[in-house]
Ligand binder design. Sequence first.
Ligand code: ADP
Ligand code: AMP
Length: 214
Amino acid sequence: MKIIMLGAPGAGKGTQAKKIAEKYKIPHISTGDIFRANIKNGTELGKKAKTYMDQGLLVPDELVVDLVVDRVNQDDCKDGYVLDGFPRTIPQAEALDQALARLNQKVDYAINVEVPDENIVNRMSGRRACVGCGATYHIVFAPTQKEDVCDNCGGSLILRDDDKPETVQKRLGVYHEQTQPLIEYYTNAGILKEVDGTIDIEDVFREITNILGE
Ligand code: ADP
Ligand code: AMP
């Protein structure tokens, strides 16, 4: 099962992708997580990506596409995967389709997690990320057991630089301009599925499992 998560920044793609990966036993591939790991490790890719991420801009397609194509060609992806944060532009979607076509494969589902812009800034200002393992929480909707301590690894939690309100506004603009056209792209491909991202995390997941099957 090859799944793409679509939606505005903060819509809940990562939250749902983790749950999908666990239930269906497929890898969760988040390009944002890959870039953040590269930044943390001080790699050349991380240095390049950071200049765009800090401004709320997309990293150029040529820095993203090969990385994802290499990743989905790895052995653990042979029974499928859930892509979170990729594709984010039409050229990225076309490059993925072409890479899969070479293997006689295709994406099965593009799940659009629908959340209106007015909910997004609140969502993002409450998001907290663990500096150790990258786990994501929300101070109101998905709190940790102990304040500011990661349930998973005990690491400390931060507000991502790009989750500050001024950067979130920029990211939303970039989303509407460059990423939203993918909704039409995958509708035309006949694989778009819409879920309401404003309801509780577990209820969103129920909508998704209704689509993907038990
Ligand atoms: P994305 O991967 O789309 O950027 P996340 O999955 O990181 O978004 O979610 C953004 C923030 O909103 C996180 O703090 C997360 O805990 C919270 N969140 C995710 N889904 C919901 C939901 N259905 N209701 C309330 N908060 C949510
Ligand atoms: P995310 O964690 O998915 O919100 O991504 C954080 C940031 O990483 C984005 O705002 C972009 O700057 C960058 N990024 C992640 N995935 C992509 C992608 N597919 N294309 C371009 N930039 C990306």
